[in-house]
Design a protein around this ligand. Structure first.
Ligand SMILES: NC(=O)c1ccc[n+]([C@@H]2O[C@H](COP(=O)([O-])OP(=O)(O)OC[C@H]3O[C@@H](n4cnc5c(N)ncnc54)[C@H](O)[C@@H]3O)[C@@H](O)[C@H]2O)c1
Length: 259
């Protein structure tokens, strides 16, 4: 159970809180922004889950949470949570726990979500259109700044307020709109070429939905999202459970190399 609460709705919105948040002068990370590099990658990977749990708590009007409550909501051990949050300089208060809003803002700041991130999406097919229309981007400081496709029939159409632009205009629009993150939603066959175009235009962070490993210069970060991989892992565990229950069966599917 979460400890203290106030009525949902009687709190500033996350967006408003993000905009009005002021760094405490004495905070270790405000004194030296480069110290954020000391947060281990595994901790960084768990921070979004903590933020989601805190956001859920705030939506219910909860003011403070214990490390046990937050750990349970995020699906980690309390010791792991405390260790992760110690990298942010957040130790909570004994008997009170963590202030939900303050911790959410600290995590948002550590993740870089307190600033605006213009995103460009390339490939306006089924997936690209769904991503472009996804309103959840805006809550993290991300906004869809540009959309691109090579298909002349799609260029000039709109998804929400944003026009689909031709690939030839990508370098200029990426520069003009300060795009910092590129999303690749093209078929695998064109993803490397699209990635090269984004990188040449100055993009240094790429979210790749196409099923292939991209080659990029050392200063470019690539994250790959692959639902098939997640399903494969689930299938593995499901198979284990079935075998343990004595009902395993091989229905003769080939190995899934043709994603
Ligand atoms: N990661 C995941 O979990 C996941 C889920 C679904 C789809 N996908 C992948 O996402 C990609 C898109 O899937 P989809 O169903 O939207 O495909 P789609 O065929 O509907 O759309 C692809 C779009 O990319 C455009 N395109 C192709 N080459 C291009 C290029 N060189 N420059 C600019 N635009 C180009 C096409 O004109 C088309 O509009 C595929 O690689 C697919 O495998 C990944």
């Amino acid at each position: 159970m979460f400890e203290r609460s106030r009525p949902a709705g009687d709190r500033p919105s996350w967006a408003a809180a993000r905009l009005t948040w002021k760094e405490p002068v004495s905070h270790p990370m405000s004194a030296d922004p480069t110290s954020r590099r000391d947060i281990p990658d595994a901790t960084v990977a768990r921070l979004p889950e903590y933020l989601r749990a805190l956001s859920d708590a705030a939506d219910r009007g909860v003011l403070s949470v214990s490390s046990e409550e937050l750990a349970t909501a995020a699906g980690v051990r309390p010791t792991q949570l405390r260790k992760d949050l110690s990298h942010l300089g957040s130790y909570g208060i004994r008997g009170v726990g963590y202030d939900v809003e303050h911790l959410a803002l600290e995590i948002s700041r550590a993740l870089g979500l307190t600033q605006d991130w213009p995103v460009a999406i390339v490939g306006m097919g089924n997936l690209g259109r769904a991503l472009a229309a996804y309103s959840g981007f805006a809550t993290g400081g991300f906004h869809v700044a540009a959309l691109f496709d090579e298909d002349a029939a799609l260029v000039g159409t709109r998804i929400g307020d944003v026009l689909v632009e031709p690939m030839a205009d990508l370098p200029r629009l990426v520069a003009d709109r300060g795009v910092s993150i590129g999303v690749i939603a093209t078929p695998a066959g064109s993803a490397q070429q699209v990635c090269d175009t984004l990188v040449r235009a100055g993009v240094r962070s790429v979210l790749n939905f196409a099923p292939l490993v991209l080659s990029v210069p050392g200063d470019v970060d690539v994250r790959r999202v692959d639902l098939s991989t997640e399903l494969h892992v689930l299938a593995f565990h499901e198979q284990r459970k079935q075998l343990a229950a004595g009902q395993g069966q091989d229905v003769g599917h080939g190995v899934g190399v043709g994603r």
